[in-house]
Write a protein that binds this ligand. Sequence first.
Ligand SMILES: [Zn+2]
Length: 147
Amino acid sequence: MMNSPKHQSFRRSLAWVSMVKHIRAAGGFSLPHCPACNTLFYPPQRFCPKCLNGHIEYQADTGVATVLSSTRLHVTFDETFETGAPVQVVNVRTDTGVTLFAFADEPFSPGCRVAVYLEGDEVEGAESLHARPLLSEIRGEKNDELE
Ligand SMILES: [Zn+2]
């Protein structure tokens, strides 16, 4: 089993902190959403990357995604993640069309179906996105229902 990154609390952007607070309050997973142009996006940021609207909301999202690529990082220039190396990182596209990176406990193959979630509730500032296999993927089923 891969090591999990040993995060330390470090400075996060205000947009990231806002997203984490929303996810914690709402439960489940959410992505930043611009109500002016109806765009979902990631990473969280102060202004909409499409229309520059400054009023950003959050939209509940299942986090269900398809793996685009997977890699193992042995060396990182970010000391936050040094103690956990090597770490598995996947690039995924959610079913709602947002592409993002997440940590993973296993080297998923491209095309695998996963669910992205926020991990690290115990230490503020140490949260990160992780991907886990869908139960249907484990069972070898084609059904993508969340367990
Ligand atoms: Zn917008």
